[in-house]
Design a protein around this ligand. Sequence first.
Ligand code: SER
Length: 635
Amino acid sequence: MTVNELRSKYLEFFRQRGHRVIPSVSLVPENDPTTLFVSSGMQPLLPYFLGIPHPMGSRVTNSQKSLRTQDIEEVGDNRHTTFFEMLGNWSFGDYFKAEQLPWFFEFLTDVVGLDPARLYVTTFIGDESLGIPRDTGSAEIWKKLFSSKGVEAKDVALGSEENGGTKGMQGGRIFYYDAKKNWWSRAGAPSLMPAGEPGGPDSEVFYDFDPTGVMHDVKFGKECHPNCDCGRFMEIGNSVFMEYIKKEDGSFEPLPNKNVDFGGGLERIAAAREGGGDVFLLDAFTPLISVLEKAGTKKYKEATKSFRVVLDHIRAATFMLGDGVTPSNTERGYIARRLIRRAVRHVDVLGAPQGTLALLATAVIEYFKEHYPELKSAETIIQENINIEEDKFRKTLTQGMREFEKLSKEGPLRGEDAFTLFTTFGFPFEVTEELAKERGLAFDSAGFKQKMEEHQKLSRAGAAQKFAGGLADHSEQTVRYHTTHHILLKALQVVLGPEVHQRGSNITSERLRIDFSYPTKMTPEQKAEVEKIVNEKIAEKLPVMRTVMPKGEAEKFGAEHEFGVKYPEMVSVYSVGPKGAVEGNPQIESAFSIEFCGGPHVNNTQEIGDNGRIFKIQKEEAVASGVRRIKAVLV
Ligand code: SER
C-alpha cells in the first residue's frame, strides 16, 4: 500500500462513517499570531471546538499539511520529519470515545492490516487537583477491542515517564500516564495552558517494532515502556477527547460540547505497515533517494543521516514554497532558508552537484501533485526559489568556511561568532552548530540565540515552539482586534482601491498586524482617512454576523478570502453591518465587510469601542515588493 493509497483509504473509511472530507489548509496559518506554521490538524479547526458550528457539519475528516520546526534538529533518525501529513477525524459535539477508539482500532487492524498484538495504548491517569478523573472509560473500551482479537490487555498505571523507565511493561497493554503524556492542548499540559484554551485527556496508540525488546537501550531508562525514546515503540495516532476549557482562575470547566480531535501520522502508520520503521524508505521518499543516489557518489545505506536531512528538508521547503513562503532572514522565510541551506551542505557531503535540490523538488511535486495540486501550480516558483537560494548560499559558502576555520582556531565558538557567520555569510544556526560539532568545538548556542532574538526579532520562532497554536488566546481583546482587522481591510480597499487584498495577518491581544498588496507607501492623508473609516464603523454599532453558505455564493457576494487558501464547498463567512442585520436575515448583500473566516468575532462593533477605545495606525511599512504592512492598536 503506497502512502497515497493509505491516505485515500483513511479518508474513505471516515467518509463511510458520516464524515465530510475537507481539504488541507495552507501551511501558513490564517489570522495567526503565535505560530509560524500549521503544526497540527486541529489548529485551523480551533473555533469549532469552542462551539461555533463547522460549515461542513459535526463530522469532518482530512489530511492536513503540517510542519514542526522544533523537530528540525531531530531529523536524521528514522521517524522525525519536519513536514508531515496529519490524518484527522473530528467530532464537533457529535460522537465520542465509544465510536472513536473502535473506529481507529478497526482502521489499523482491518484496513491497514496491523497485527493487534503489536499495538499498545496509553490513557490519562487523572489529576485530582484539577478535578479530572482517570480515563477508565477509554481503558474499558480498549480491553474489549483487544479481547475481540484474542489479545490479552492488562492495564498498568505508570504515571510519569520516569516511573515507566523504572517499572517497565509489567505485562501490560494499556498504560496510564500523567498529563505530561496523556493530555493534549495547543500549549501542552494543563498547567501550561492560558485561560480560554481548550484541551483534554488523550489516548495514544503505539506500534511495537521489536516485540523481543532487544532494541531497548538502558541510556533511555532501565526498563522499556511505550513512551520510552529507544525506538522500540512509535506513536502512530492520538485521540484527544477535547472536553475542557481552562478558566481565568486556573480551574477547568467542561466545554459546551464533547469533541474528538484525532491526529495520526500518515507516514508513521505506513512505516508500521512496512514493519521496518524507517519512514524514509516509504514510496513517498524512494524516488528522491534514487535521484540523489544517481546524482551523487553515495548510497542511502552508506550515508543515511545526510540522505535523510536532504530528503526531509527539500520536501518541507517544497511544501512551504508551494504555500507562498519565500526564503529570507525573518520568520517563515528564515525557516525556508535554514532548510534549503542545510540541505545544500548535506548534498555536498553526498557528492551531488549544484541543481540537485531542484531535481528533488520535482520528485516531491510528482509524488504529491494529485492530492496537493497547489504544488504543481507553483512548480516554477518553487524551482526558482530553490535555485536562487542555493546559488546565494554557494556564493558565500567558501568565504564563510574560511571565516569559520579562522574563528575555530581561536577556541570555542562564541554566540557572536555564529552571529557574524549568519549575518555576513548567511550560515544558518544549524550549519554553524553542525560544523562545530564535526570539529569537536564547543559552541555557545544560547548566546547565539540571544543575539538573534535581539537583532532579528526572531523571538516569534521561539514562541512558536512553546505554544503551537492558532489565535494567541480567545481573550476579549484578541477577538476585538480580529473584528477590527476585517473592518481595516475593507477600509483600505475603500481608500486605496479594490485591488488591495490581504497577504498575511497577525493578531494578538496587544495589537493587530495586516500585510496587504499595494505598491507604494501610503500618504499621511490616506492613513488618516483609513483611521477615520474604521472609527466610524466602530461608532456605528454594526452587528457582526456569521453565515454558513456554499463557497460559490460567498464568492458572488465578493467575500474576501485568504490568498492561496483552499476552502471546502461550504464555508463560514463573517459580515460586518448593515445596521438592521439579524440572525436569519444577515443582509449580506449590503454589509460593509464580508470575509471567509472561522471567527471568533465580537457580536457588534460597539464592543470594540467599549471604554472609548479608538483605532490608531502605529506604523505602515514595506515588507516585500508590492506588499505593505500596517500595525495598529486600539487605545
Ligand atoms: N491534536 C492532536 C495532535 O496534534 C491530535 O490531532 O497530536
